[in-house]
Design a protein around this ligand. Structure first.
Ligand SMILES: [Zn+2]
Length: 464
């Protein structure tokens, strides 16, 4: 936890004083009360339908101006601009939330799905992930339309219903947008929410927040070793487990060297004037020229490691024998890799197969989502998003980065040139640490209002 007092960085909180912030908080609480959990075929649709009804009834100006489509449980709201030739803007969020972790129910101070709010907080599952963004985007657009604005650009709000599980909704919505021949200049989706201490990047005393312009890929590989079993008095040639362990060791030893992607080069370049720590300070005077050295150094630090490495985590082992004097039959291991942008599943498979050669162990791809395209800080929307964040979070520098987990946004690459993953809300580190996917998820009224201001300013400067 960074321990940064985020409120000390809030600025211009007096903006848009005619916006109905307390109504917005109540609407967010009502959205939280819809228990929108995706469970595949067994999903209860009723809470999603209640959320749709809430959206329909809460934003009269948007609804008067827009088409409202339910695509299965997913939502697509299109608010046409007055200049249809301009590329549109896409605002994403997901409707679904994760369940309460079994056994933690009693730790919640307020029922996770009661939609309660008090003087300070709006409580419940989804307050930070990510109904704040879903409802906040609607609040911002509604405010502008209610003020009498007529946006030149078309705004599309696309709310998938299964981001936490399979992301099929996002795939479907993006497919529909593509089918219609619509292109977006840029899109906003979930990503970073934190203000972090620049010490992580060697810039102590500086605080920053990032706009993520890519995301890491995901890959599960299974390694299989065949074993005949039998008495362990003559393990000629080694057991299946032994072969498996040798293969894993060779794979781990032959890891690719750490690498600076163009995005992380950009992060260091942006921060260079503030990096005081040696040897980084000297190295970042020429980031590109020193890329290998910087990557090697970053890989020795826990916080930076995932940003410069395609990580591998050996998470599952199966097939040990039940007795010490009996050799195991077939054995397998599953390794989870997180791919740096620019690295593919095929690259990893080739590395693994090369390393495991001669061990008799085979590798099979179980599941993968590719890494995101690497977008540019010069791309559409980036400067405007950075400006809006900078306007409301003072003394905070905005740097480019990528998301180490996955989001729905990657499904939209074919319809959007610039995918910006950043959440406009900046909750306190305490809220963030326990709330997201944990217990007592909540957002303060103050945090919610400030994020809505970011969205209003962003839209004011891009769609009008
Ligand atoms: Zn989320």
């Amino acid at each position: 936890m960074s321990g940064i007092n985020v409120y000390a960085h809030y600025t211009s909180e007096e903006d848009y004083s005619d916006l109905d912030y307390s109504g917005a908080c109540e609407r967010l609480a009502s959205a939280i009360a819809c228990k929108t959990i995706d469970q595949g075929d067994g999903t209860d649709s009723a809470p999603f339908e209640r959320l749709h009804a809430l959206v329909l009834s809460s934003y009269p100006h948007i609804m008067a101006a827009s088409s409202f489509e339910e695509v299965g449980r997913n939502l697509l709201i299109t608010c046409p601009g007055t200049e249809p030739s301009l590329p549109c803007v896409l605002l994403l969020a997901h409707q679904d939330v994760v369940p309460v972790v079994p056994g933690t129910e009693k730790d919640w101070l307020h029922d996770a799905f009661a939609g309660e709010l008090d003087e300070t907080f709006i409580w419940g599952r989804g307050a930070l992930d990510i109904k704040d963004m879903l409802m906040g985007e609607l609040e911002a657009l509604e405010y502008l339309l209610a003020r009498g604005e007529r946006p030149r650009r078309t705004v599309i709000l696309a709310f998938g219903a299964d981001e936490e599980t399979s992301s099929t909704g996002a795939t479907e919505l993006a497919g529909l947008i593509k089918e219609r021949g619509v292109r977006a200049d840029w899109l906003l989706d979930e990503g970073t929410t934190t203000i972090i201490n620049g010490a992580m990047w060697g810039a102590a005393g500086h605080v920053l927040t990032d706009v993520c312009i890519s995301q890491k890929g995901y890959l599960d590989l299974r390694l299989d070793a065949h074993g005949e079993g039998g008495h362990s008095s003559n393990p000629f040639g080694g057991t299946s487990l032994e072969h498996l362990c040798v293969a894993i060791a060779r794979i781990a030893e032959s890891r690719p060297t750490p690498k600076l992607t163009p995005i992380v080069e950009d992060t260091f370049r942006t921060l260079a004037p503030y990096i005081t720590e040696e040897p980084l300070h000297t190295l970042v005077q020429d980031v590109h020229g020193n890329a290998e050295k910087i990557a090697a150094l970053a890989a020795t630090r826990r916080d930076l490691y995932p940003f410069v490495v395609t990580t591998m985590a050996v998470d599952m082992l199966q097939g040990g024998s039940a007795a010490p004097n009996v050799m195991p039959g077939d054995a397998s291991a599953t390794i989870n890799f997180r791919l740096l942008p620019g690295t593919t599943a095929d690259d990893v498979l080739a590395w693994v197969e090369r390393a495991a050669q001669g061990t008799g162990v085979t590798a099979t791809l179980v599941h993968t989502t590719p890494a995101g395209r690497m977008d540019s800080t010069d791309g559409p929307g980036y400067a405007e998003v950075a400006e809006a964040l900078g306007h409301y979070y003072g003394n905070v520098d905005v740097v480019p980065s990528f998301v180490c987990g996955g989001t729905d946004a990657i499904r939209y690459e074919a319809v959007c040139d610039s995918i910006l993953r950043v959440i406009p809300f900046r909750p306190t580190p305490e809220e963030e640490a326990t709330g997201v996917h944990g217990v007592n998820e909540r957002i303060s009224r103050r945090t919610y209002a400030q994020g809505i201001r970011v969205l209003v300013r962003l839209l004011e400067r891009t769609i009008l």
